[in-house]
Design a protein. Structure first.
Length: 348
């Protein structure tokens, strides 16, 4: 079987050799601009917010705010690199979290059974997505958009039936320790270390395993991957499966922190409620290709930090909530524009 090796970096293009300085500069900023943007953003908020922003407790708050969605992001990156865009993460996670809360607080099931039910539900929806993409050959974006609507509807029905004000009460001291326990004497909770572990795991998979090479190959050219003997079906199933497990787990963890679960309480949702997962916006903003085959998970982490600093910085400076919603919408447009520009320059 011929193994297609993955691209080691997204910072160069074969076409760059025949272009001038302006092209190379534009390409560099498109692929590394997220790092520059994060540095500039931190400096701006440090100047505007002064000691309210530039302190150790604020660093802990920023990192804590990335905890739950940060668990999802690396696996979302993995799925996108394989060429599978998932629009259902927000809704699937909300359904898993709602079912977990109902199983635990309404039906009084043991914790491990409630967690298992939620994870199995997420796995079942990932299997549905995989089947639609593989058997019906429907693009993942459309397939997951539909399954996400179904998941949201089920979460809505369950929360209305067993909850109050579309929320189901939840109190799990054991899982809350992920937020309350802060090892090493610093203000960084355990959930942040779980997030870092997820990034390390996905980094190893993508950069140091044959599986990672095959995922890049699948995203770059599915037909060529099939001709090379790569089991494309297994890769698609695995990408959706890992993402569903991460999404379900992250929602359980986040709902425990909020003491509530429900259709509108997913950490992956944008504050605008536009139905577009922040995981997609963050991945595009960090340079992950919308159509697969390119991307680096470490850049995804930087993109996640960018949005976390943006949210906390605007709160410290005192920007109104309406302005923050507008920023979410602008981020969606800018992320799509950046991805379009990258694809355009890569073909020049």
């Amino acid at each position: 079987m011929t193994v297609i090796t993955q691209p080691k970096s997204t910072n160069s293009s074969p076409a760059q050799a025949k272009h001038g300085l302006a092209y190379k500069t534009a390409w560099f900023f498109l692929n590394n601009g997220i790092i520059i943007a994060l540095v500039v953003e931190v400096l701006i908020f440090a100047i505007l917010g002064k000691e309210k922003f530039w302190n150790v407790p604020m660093l802990g708050i920023i990192l804590q705010s990335t905890g739950a969605v940060g668990i999802i992001m690396p696996f979302y990156t993995l799925a996108m690199i394989s060429g599978n865009v998932d629009f259902s993460t927000t809704q699937v996670g909300a359904l898993a979290g709602t079912m977990f809360a109902i199983s635990l607080t309404v039906f009084r099931l043991p914790l491990w059974i409630a967690v298992s039910i939620a994870l199995i539900l997420g796995i079942g929806l990932s299997a549905l997505n995989s089947w639609v993409v593989i058997r019906l050959k429907i693009p993942s974006l459309i397939a997951t958009l539909v399954s996400g609507s179904v998941a949201f509807g089920l979460a809505y029905i369950l929360a209305e039936r067993y909850g109050s004000a579309m929320q189901v009460k939840l109190n799990v001291p054991l899982l809350r320790s992920l937020w309350t326990v802060k090892p090493f004497g610093i203000s960084i909770p355990l959930v942040v270390y779980v997030m870092i572990f997820c990034y390390i795991l996905v980094y190893i998979i993508l950069n140091h395993t044959r599986l990672g090479s095959h995922l890049y190959a699948l995203g770059s050219n599915r037909d060529a991957s099939i001709r090379s003997g790569i089991n494309v079906k297994v890769l698609i199933v695995l990408a959706f499966l890992l993402l569903a497990l991460a999404t379900s787990s992250a929602n359980i963890i986040d709902n425990v922190r909020k003491f509530n679960a429900g259709p509108y309480l997913s950490p992956a949702s944008l504050s605008s409620g536009a139905g577009i997962p922040i995981t997609l916006v963050g991945a595009l903003f960090a340079g992950i290709g919308l159509f697969g085959g390119t991307g680096r998970v470490e850049f995804t982490l930087i993109g996640l930090l960018f949005f976390a600093v943006l949210a906390q910085g605007m709160a410290v400076v005192g920007f109104p909530a309406q302005f923050r919603v507008a920023v979410d919408g602008a981020a969606i447009i800018l992320a799509l524009m950046l991805d379009s520009m990258r694809r355009y320059l890569s073909t020049r």
